[in-house]
Design a protein around this ligand. Structure first.
Ligand code: WT7
Length: 632
């Protein structure tokens, strides 16, 4: 069994050992898993070339660790408890035995449709059990999954399918989301009109709504599963074989396909899950994230299932049928560990305490936070109102690229400090550097957050473009992984994450590249130029503020323009990227060399334009007055 730390002293001793002897530390943890063949060497690495291999020469299948190995010890324990969008629909429980059988059936169905080891399979699905089942089925046969959040637009979906040349899309007819019914298959139809690599579209019947059908391409999931065996041998995978691709936005260009490999990812997500949340046998654990993001991959599916946990999957939204839905589910399922995002906490806090007080939350032992900095007010409300002052909050800092939680308290061991992610996990060696890349070794400092030693679940490459991965993460500071975040370190060595230092904004815990939003806005035929920045938003953490210049001859009123801009962004990326504020300006503040001075735009958006600093290098300083006067 994967070991679990039990006190702060034990954490400190474990941490020290993990730094002094990383290979010894990780091999003793990796020993607790099921391998088809043990590794020859624990680690080989070179950050400058981004060549990192863990458990070199090992052979395994992650689903044997998530499923088969539990059949002997916990066959009838719930593996997944699924809670539907509509509280009147039945909860579904899949035991480890049932989940094993369902995954095998699905794996056989995928094979019958022509899928094989190494193929890329795209998912565009609601949060239903079949999503987890089919993701695991891919892993069973060695196909690489690329899950796309079902809120992205057809064009964003097509871009991701084409980048990874996926051969299949797995989707549903529709999606129940709150009081809405979303036409998922229609979006997929529109996307696959422009994706030559797609041979099959596998469709789950969920809502029963009418769909268009292409007999050569489309297959109902229930037909594909019909008659399939509940046994399917697990493909032998190398430790470093790719498990999945997950797209994420950066400061430049199109989203990158972050590539994760098999063994290191498995070992790290399992170990961090058990330790951060202090999961004990019999507990019910619930992470509210969507499987379209890394949090869902690592801490709904792989980490918990590999640890033999009971993991809850929720189809709906926190405010349907009312703002008490999360707490109703906690009460109903007697949830012990609850993991959500600050944006959800703030949104529910704003609805009033009565929605929490109506429900019995006494089962909760540990509360988790992820995705963005949690502000002091939200931290205290979460701690006092939801946790009744008795449950620790684990503020977990990590990224799509890190695969697993990097800096976080170990529940009930690490002393908490509101708004601090506190201490690095065992095996994680964070450093702060100044802008010249010099390591800052003292405490009570602020710096750029890097990691100076490899960890098992780290990014291996960006799909189809290895140079891009090196340039994005390993070029900025020699021999270090650069996170893109700034952080503070206090006198006790606790870390507080400040936020991104690149042109990436964090909207409701979702990462958004400003360049990507600008590119989408530029698709509007009458827009000449756009510049996008983030600004503080009460609920979302950061909101999106777009400044645009329009062609001279445009006669439309501002409301029409704003609506059209929001629509064009929705169409090219998805509703999550719609700007909250749009300001039409005469010109953008540019230097003589043509560079937009974003600093000025950020200050105006933040409402702190009183102190703009030096603007003397601007080509036309008068645009600043116009921008300030028209600020939203
Ligand atoms: C960025 C990564 C991995 C979880 C989901 C987001 C920010 C993440 C925290 C936290 C402050 C946080 C960082 C990071 N972030 N967790 N606990 N406190 N900031 O994954 O989309 O890859 O975004 O989210 O800025 O770089 P992601």
């Amino acid at each position: 069994m994967t070991p679990r730390i039990g006190s702060f002293e034990e954490y400190q001793a474990t941490y020290n050992q993990s730094v002094q002897d990383p290979e010894g530390f990780w091999s003793s943890i990796a020993d607790t898993f099921t391998w088809k063949k043990k590794w020859d060497k624990v680690l080989e690495w070179d950050f400058r070339q981004l060549d990192v291999k863990w458990f070199v020469g090992g052979k395994l299948n992650i689903t044997e660790n998530c499923l088969d190995r539990h059949l002997a010890t916990r066959p009838d324990q719930a593996a997944i408890i699924w809670e539907p969008n509509d509280p009147n629909e039945d909860t579904i429980t899949l035991t480890y035995r049932q989940l094993h059988a369902e995954v095998c059936k699905m794996a056989n169905a995928l094979k019958a449709l022509g899928a094989k080891k190494g193929d890329r399979i795209c998912f565009y699905m609601p949060m239903v059990p079949e999503l987890a089942i089919a993701v695991l089925a891919c892993a069973r046969i060695g196909a690489i999954h690329s899950v796309v959040f079902a809120g992205f637009s057809a064009s964003a979906l097509a871009d991701r399918i084409n980048d990874a040349t996926c051969s299949m899309v797995i989707c549903s007819d529709g999606n129940f989301r709150g009081s809405k019914k979303i036409a998922v298959k229609d979006v997929v139809d529109e996307a696959v009109a422009n994706t030559p690599s797609i041979k099959k579209v596998l469709v789950l019947r969920r809502t029963g709504q009418a769909v268009n059908w292409d007999d050569h391409r489309d297959v109902w999931m229930h037909d594909a599963l019909d008659g399939m065996s509940t046994e399917c041998e697990a493909e032998e995978m190398d430790s470093e074989d790719t498990l999945f691709i997950l797209y994420t936005s950066g400061s430049t260009g199109k989203p990158k396909g972050v590539v994760h490999s098999t063994a290191g990812y498995m070992v790290y997500t399992t170990y961090s899950f058990k330790n951060v949340f202090q999961y004990e046998d019999g507990d019910v654990y619930w992470c509210t994230a969507d499987i379209g993001w890394i949090t869902g991959h690592s801490y709904i599916i792989y980490g918990p299932l590999s640890a033999g946990a009971t993991t809850v999957m929720f189809e709906g939204v926190p405010t349907f049928p009312d703002a008490g839905r999360f707490w109703e589910i906690v009460d109903k399922l007697k949830v012990n560990q609850f993991y959500t995002a600050p944006t959800a906490i703030r949104a529910l806090m704003a609805k009033g305490d009565e929605f929490v007080e109506k429900h019995d939350l006494s089962s909760i032992k540990v509360l988790g936070s992820v995705g963005e900095p949690i502000n002091e007010e939200a931290w205290h409300w979460y701690h006092d109102m939801v946790g009744k002052g008795k449950s620790p909050i684990v503020d977990t800092w990590w990224q799509t690229e890190t695969g697993g939680i990097m800096i976080s308290p170990i529940a009930n061991s690490t002393p908490l400090k509101p708004c601090f992610a506190t201490k690095p996990m065992p095996g994680i060696q964070p450093v702060l550097v100044d802008s010249d890349g010099n390591e800052i070794t003292e405490n009570e400092v602020e710096g750029l957050l890097c990691v100076k030693f490899p960890w098992p679940s780290m990014i291996r490459t960006t799909y189809g473009n290895h140079e891009r991965a090196i340039n994005t993460y390993f070029k900025m500071f020699d021999n270090k992984y650069f996170t893109g975040d700034a952080a503070k370190r206090d006198s006790d060595g606790n870390y507080r994450i400040i936020g991104r230092v690149d042109d990436v904004i964090n909207v409701s815990g979702h990462r958004m590249g400003t360049a990507e939003v600008e590119d989408a806005i530029d698709q509007h035929p009458e827009v000449v130029e756009a510049a996008v920045v983030g600004y503080p938003h009460d609920i979302k953490g950061q909101g999106i503020y777009a400044y645009i210049t329009m062609a001279d001859n445009v006669q439309k009123d501002e409301d029409t323009i704003v609506k059209e801009i929001r629509d064009v962004v929705s169409k090219h990326i998805g509703p999550i990227a719609k700007p909250d504020k749009i300001q039409v300006v005469k010109g953008l503040p540019k230097t003589r060399s043509g560079k937009i001075m974003r600093r000025i735009l950020r200050k105006v958006a933040e409402g702190t334009a009183g102190n703009l600093g030096d603007t003397s290098t601007l080509l036309d300083p008068s645009v600043v007055d116009d921008i300030k006067a028209g600020a939203k």
